[in-house]
Design a protein around this ligand. Structure first.
Ligand code: ADP
Ligand code: ZN
Ligand code: ZN
Length: 777
């Protein structure tokens, strides 16, 4: 180890290569003597190196003994010093290189996700004339306080209004929890914990080492383990075992209907991997990383679990991340970025709800967690499990082809729910018929009746308001104008409670008159402005009228009511605790919730997502409806689903009604094939934005013509645009884009990267390449 290859932390495409440096003896000794590093050497270390007459931060990605060919060893500059212990090893460095090429981003941007959270080191200077300074943003001290219930907790009954105490007690009922994790789940709970500690209900203990078996208060470590696995679960586990044994990155898609027990499959599979001494990584969508999910993993694996998600503070994230690096936790459960956790001896990667669009990162590096996970699995020779009730068409297509990217892709089906639970009956209500019958209400007759039934039987219901893309807006009944944001080309959303129009691109808002005063059209001045599209508040109000006096709790969950930290959790707990309740919400209530008392699911407007200008619109609608339908009938009582729509004949809706994915798939795949869309092609979005519209146009026109010249005559390639984005202005920036389609298996990222590099860009004009794009607005 006398030379090292270092990637500089300067995110420009021009300085993107790795540079060679000499390794002085003291630097080598420090790296090799470092007990916590990931690589056991210099690879993965953050270092300070001289570059172009100043010092810059960089990351070591390789080391070698011989001087690089053709360079005089005496002229190679030495590494100045090590700034941070190794955060990644050689296979991770290879994955980072792959990410940079595949998703067309500078190498240092692909490396950053692997670094220790909250330990950023930068070289900065205040202005052009002052000296460069090293700034370390180290996270705070590690919190080693553990909270658990005491014996007297069983007799303690919090006062009726002590909701915070209830929440804390609820979270602790699963077992001992690290204080840091508890405050992440229930922000601001430390005062509550202190109060409970005073009353002797909880104990707080400081320990350096994570428990070795003592003091487990895990209530349900065995109780939650089912007596028998279902046939589907056994089959899925066999497929996972085969993939683990192959040790080359084989993929198993666990295609299990909602409530079929996929989580149980994950738990079993992890247990087996742990028995063989290896570690496991589980990704779940951020939104379902609730106490419910965390509790299920904790109850099985206790303190062997580290949790990583964005609601943790930097210090807490570092703490959890470091548990994995030190080999003290062998199971990491986290959101998308947990993919980069420094687990040793990885044996299994699991992605739950793999179809979720949130697995695609929408800022650089714009990676898709599924693809990176597949790459990691190959690099490390472990298995990848993708679970969903509605797997993505990409994954299904790879399973149909049986292999992809040199490894095998297998689909394991779990078509049934365990025990007596059955998939709910689905009823589609055609709203045009309802209208013709003279019913102009937001609830159709069947849905209104079903809600009354729930109230009478003292059960629970979930009502989905599908509003992605089509929020509540105002339209002038005389001239048809819809108020738009003057800075972004987005329709303004009307908020009834505050009587304001809000722009959801830039967050500006305008008060319209004063409450009660007439509102006027911004174009023609007409007073006849009407609200189009309904909001959750409206549903809540109407529902309250319908069910007045019936003793039904109504809980609303949407972006507004869950903005505060911990609100999401609190509202779910309120719904859980109620005797009879209706949960009204947007997309965020559609997945992951497991409440056995829910017997009715209503979808108020199934069509809105179908009308979005996006080739995945139908797939998204199908996923959403199938997932939300799956919230019903998870317990002993049968469930019912009522879907209101103006488009009852659409295959996505028909497929949900019949629980038959093929009804949707056959027509959808045909359309995708005709249009040369994924999974039959790869698609990238090249986005250009800036304040100066003509420069934006010029730059993107240049990129487009370079690109067209390069792909000329190549089959299966297609370049669409340049065109204005659907959101053609955001925060006063003009936005234009090109869509590029390429045959599956082509190196799309590398080609686009080359085209963008060639184009000279004036200051203030930005170009981003988004490979396998999900959001093309
Ligand atoms: P999914 O993740 O597929 O939606 P879950 O893993 O949440 O399903 O399981 C649904 C419910 O079924 C849970 O309450 C779980 O405890 C229970 N369950 C899972 N497997 C079994 C089994 N083999 N026997 C009985 N109950 C099971
Ligand atoms: Zn008007
Ligand atoms: Zn705006």
């Amino acid at each position: 180890m006398r030379f090292a290859s270092v990637v500089l932390d300067i995110p420009t495409r021009a300085l993107d290569a790795a540079f060679d440096y000499a390794v002085p003896d003291e630097v080598r000794a420090r790296a090799e003597g470092d007990g916590v590093g990931c690589s056991g050497g210099l690879i993965g270390c953050t270092v300070l190196v001289p570059f172009s007459h100043r010092q810059v931060v960089g990351y070591v990605v390789a080391t070698f003994d011989e001087a690089p060919a053709g360079i005089d060893p005496a002229r190679i500059l030495p590494i100045a010093r090590i700034l941070a212990s190794s955060a990644f090893d050689e296979p991770s460095a290879r994955v980072a290189r792959w990410i940079a090429r595949e998703y067309s981003c500078p190498l240092c941007e692909a490396i950053r996700p692997f670094l220790a959270p909250g330990q950023t080191v930068k070289v900065r200077r205040a202005d052009d004339s002052s000296p460069w300074e090293l700034v370390c943003e180290k996270s705070g001290p590690v919190d080693e306080r553990w909270v658990s219930l005491t014996e007297s907790a069983a007799d303690f009954e919090p006062r009726a209004n002590a909701s915070k105490q209830r929440a804390v007690l609820g979270a602790l009922s699963q077992g001992t929890v690290r204080m840091a994790e508890l405050s992440a789940m229930l922000p601001g709970c430390s005062a509550t914990v202190a109060a409970l500690q005073k009353r002797g209900v909880v104990s707080v203990e400081r320990r350096r080492h994570v428990r070795g078996g003592e003091g487990t208060t895990l209530s349900s470590a065995t109780a939650s383990r089912p007596e028998h696995l279902t046939k589907g679960q056994v089959g899925a586990l066999e497929a996972v075992a085969a993939a683990c044994a192959a040790a080359r990155g084989d993929v198993v898609v666990v295609d299990g209907v909602t409530g079929s027990g996929k989580t149980e499959v994950y738990l079993e599979a992890i247990e087996r991997v742990r028995k063989s001494g290896k570690s496991a990584l589980v990704l779940v969508p951020e939104i379902s990383l609730t106490a419910q999910t965390v509790g299920r993993f904790r109850s099985r694996f206790g303190d062997d679990v580290a949790i990583l998600h964005s609601r943790l503070s930097a210090g807490e994230r570092f703490d959890q991340w470091d548990l994995a690096r030190r080999g003290e936790a062998h199971v990491v459960v986290g959101a998308r970025s947990a993919l980069f956790a420094p687990l040793r001896d990885l044996g299994l990667v699991i992605i739950d709800e793999e179809h979720e669009a949130s697995y695609k990162q929408d800022s650089a590096p714009r990676y898709h967690a599924r693809e990176v996970a597949a790459r990691i699995a190959r690099e490390r020779g472990c298995a990848l499990v993708l679970g969903s009730a509605t797997p993505s068409l990409e994954s299904l297509e790879r399973c149909r082809a049986k292999s992809w990217g040199g490894v095998s892709w297998t689909r394991a089906c779990m078509p049934e729910r365990p025990g007596s639970a059955r998939l709910p009956k689905v009823r589609v209500v055609d709203m045009t018929e309802q209208f013709a019958l003279g019913r102009k209400h937001m609830f159709s007759k069947p849905l209104a009746d079903a809600l009354q039934g729930v109230a009478e039987r003292r059960e629970k219901a979930v009502l989905l308001l599908n509003r992605r893309g089509f929020a509540n807006f105002l339209m002038c009944r005389e001239c048809g104008a819809v108020p738009e944001c003057p800075h972004c080309s987005t329709s303004l959303t009307y908020h009834e409670r505050t009587h304001t129009l809000v722009c959801h691109s830039c967050d500006r808002s305008w008060a319209i008159g004063t409450p009660g005063a007439p509102m006027r059209c911004p174009v023609c001045g007409s007073p006849y402005l009407g609200a189009y599209g309904i909001g959750t508040q409206q549903v809540e109000t109407t529902l309250a009228d319908e069910l007045a006096g019936k003793g039904v709790t109504i809980v609303r969950m949407d972006a507004d009511t869950t903005r505060g930290k911990g609100e999401h959790q609190r509202r779910l707990e309120e719904f859980d605790a109620a005797e009879c309740a209706v949960l009204v919400g947007t997309q965020m209530i559609a997945k992951g919730l497991d409440f056995p008392q829910v017997t009715l699911v209503g979808v108020i407007n199934a069509d809105t997502t179908l009308k979005m200008p996006d080739f995945r619109a139908a797939e998204r609608t199908y996923d959403l409806l199938e997932q939300v339908a799956g919230r019903a009938g998870r317990g002993e009582r049968p469930g019912e689903v009522i879907i209101q729509t103006y488009w009852a004949s659409h295959p996505a809706i028909q497929a949900v009604a019949a629980h038959d994915r093929d009804l949707f798939m056959s027509s959808e795949l045909e359309e995708r094939r005709d249009g040369n869309y994924p999974p039959y092609s790869r698609l990238a979005n090249v986005l250009c934005w800036g304040r100066n519209e003509s420069e934006v146009r010029r730059v993107l026109d240049g990129v487009a013509s370079t690109l067209r010249a390069r792909i000329e005559g190549r089959r299966g390639w297609e370049v669409l645009g340049p065109a204005d984005c659907l959101k053609s202005r955001v925060k006063d920036r003009f936005r234009r884009h090109i869509l590029v389609k390429a045959p599956v298996g082509e190196e799309l990222g590398a080609l686009l990267d080359a085209c963008v590099r060639e184009q000279d860009k004036p200051r203030g004009v930005n170009v981003a390449v988004d490979v396998d794009a999900y959001d093309m607005m």
